[in-house]
Design a protein around this ligand. Sequence first.
Ligand SMILES: [Zn+2]
Length: 308
Amino acid sequence: MKRILSLLFAIFACAVLLHGCESTTAGGATGPGRSQFLLISSEAVNEGAAKAYRQEMAKARSVNALNTNATETRRVSAITHRLIAQVGVFRADALDWAWEINVIEDKSINAYCMPGGKMVIYTGIINELNLTDDELAAIIGHEMAHALREHSREQISQRLATTGAVSIGAALLGLGSATQDMATLASDLVLTLPFSRSMEIEADTMGMELMARAGFDPAGAVRVWQKMAALSGGKSPTTFLSTHPSDSARITNLQNQLPKVIPLFEEAKRSGISSQAQSTVPRLAAPARATSARTTPARSVPARARRN
Ligand SMILES: [Zn+2]
């Protein structure tokens, strides 16, 4: 064990030297210039996240809560297709990710995107906020931006740097149960812990650019957080709302970004991008198999405090 720990430490030290500061994204009208502290590989994080995602979808399927409303699932899928078509502006490789989105029938106010592009949107956030297509695009775009910037990988790297967690280090080496360890970690990070404020602002800003380029009115992003602010007064703090405070700084940042992205929205409208996107962008995995095409009553999916 001592030998393994020494090896892990050596790899950790090399990783710091070789890969300590970089940026996962580039370009765009609003793209962040912040350099990131990244130790662990994208592959290790994404593999663990994909496993966690499959487990979450299996849980939802087991209570007949997965993609139960065919009309809503189609709507969410169509919006997501249009947004995925735009990710190349920040990173070309993301056009080839195995993006996937599923709709979970649950009253939770929640949505998330795991590392690598595995997304979930809960019907609770759609219904409670009565989301328009523009507003839904703002939320999905925000979640996609977290994945594009690899914010979870950054958080895992920070945790590794501060704790030297052996299970994470093992993932660097591909040892034993590392994939399950990473799945658990990815699940914990993505589903329960908040991102930093700077990461949230990045996701807001990049998400707004994605939606504008996809032909969604970026003012919808401002509206959706205003709706969140109105809703947050009467809700438990252990929800999406607690990790996404709808304070004036957040809304002010989005308002300040509008002049940069409105021309992109106008150009997208002129080019008719909204009607082209579905046929030209097939890079979205089919949703996990629906258990029923009809709308069913809300069932309880394990209700943890979740964020993104
Ligand atoms: Zn977020």
